[in-house]
Write a protein that binds this ligand. Structure first.
Ligand code: DAH
Length: 338
């Protein structure tokens, strides 16, 4: 019956087109597209199925069963192709396909180093007391690191700072051994009254152990005015420590100590409460008249106090870290805890 042969040929070409397209489908999205083209709402096969009801009964029977056979066959083939595609590594069909069901990649957020955190906290406390924050070079001259601070060449006091000198040695350049040079640098350019802190990294030619590093952080403090005295120093440090450790019970004590740029010089200790252990936290004192002279200020008109706080020490106490070397170790197991 030639008139029936011809309509059935439609299925043959439909089938060939659909199967070819499926064979060539490079990715998951293409398979879905073939599926829509033939079986979707406006798909080619769907179209034929929809038109069945307008056909004479005889034709409808033949066309209907052929259409349904093809439909089933196509559905199975599509299912198979999809399953195959899923098994392939993602990259092969990733071009156009985004699987929105895959859980998102967790973006790991960085965070501040514990030293940076403590430094920011320290800065904030001093800022609230009217101190300006200044910074200076890590590579220093002998003049700022020593001479101007009343630590002359060949004076035994220089031995207090195991210094890293830079080559060529005749240039007399060094890695600053403390942040005190910033007192000089600042006073050369700014007139009192003044209140500054100068945080920064310092370096010492030193063997390392749990409490010593060849690089560490200090916060220098300097307050100069006409009538600045020891009680101001005590008050400022007490307020600072109480705020930093969020502890009103903190006590501090002064012990005589020698630093060439202050007179008198002291070591500052503090304890968390009456029963606590005394812990050394800073060197301090009243600015030496020679230091004022070195920056062309009249020591009869001005007086001031200075202090140098060990920042690593504070971070260690605050976060209960028992080895200073961890700070620069780059060990993520350590860093990630903060
Ligand atoms: N610069 C001293 C050091 O590194 C610490 C220090 C002591 C700083 C007394 C001061 C001070 O400002 O007054 O050992």
């Amino acid at each position: 019956m030639p008139e029936k042969q011809q309509p059935l040929a439609i299925f043959q070409s439909l089938r060939k087109d659909a199967f070819d397209a499926l064979e060539e489908a490079p990715d998951f999205a293409s398979i879905c597209r073939v599926e829509a083209d033939y079986l979707g709402k406006n798909g080619r096969l769907t179209h034929i199925l929809k038109s069945l009801k307008e056909m004479p009964e005889q034709e409808r029977k033949i066309m209907g069963s052929a259409a349904n056979v093809l439909k089933k066959e196509l559905e199975e083939k599509i299912k198979l192709k999809k399953a195959e595609m899923r098994k392939q590594p993602f990259v092969q069909h990733a071009n156009n396909f985004v699987d929105i069901t895959i859980p998102g990649k967790k973006i790991s957020r960085g965070h501040l180093h514990p030293i940076t955190r403590v430094l920011r906290e320290v800065a904030e406390i001093f800022e609230s007391m009217g101190f300006e924050i200044v910074e200076g070079p890590e590579v220093e001259t002998e003049y700022y690191n020593f001479d101007a601070l009343n630590i002359p060449k060949n004076h035994p006091a220089r031995d207090m700072w195991d210094t890293l000198w830079l080559k060529p040695l005749e240039n007399r350049m060094l890695l600053r051994a403390h942040t005190s040079p910033m007192e000089i640098r600042y006073m050369e350019k700014n007139n009192p009254p003044l209140r500054i802190i100068a945080p920064g990294r310092c370096f010492r030619y030193e063997a390392t152990d749990a409490t010593h590093e060849f690089q560490f952080y200090q916060v220098e403090g300097l307050m100069v005015g006409e009538k600045i005295n020891f009680s101001h120093l005590k008050g400022v440090l007490e307020v600072f420590l109480k705020r930093l450790f969020k502890n009103q019970e903190i006590e501090i004590r002064f012990i005589p100590a020698y630093y060439p740029f202050v007179e008198p010089g002291i070591q500052v200790d503090f304890r968390m409460n009456k029963k606590g252990k005394w812990l050394e936290i800073a060197g301090a004192g009243m600015t030496h008249p020679q230091v004022f002279k070195n920056v062309k200020l009249n020591p009869k008109s001005w007086q001031g106090f200075a202090f140098g706080i060990g920042l690593d020490r504070i971070a260690m106490l605050k976060y209960k870290i028992d080895d200073i070397r961890l700070f620069h170790s780059g060990d993520l197991r350590f860093i990630k805890q903060f």
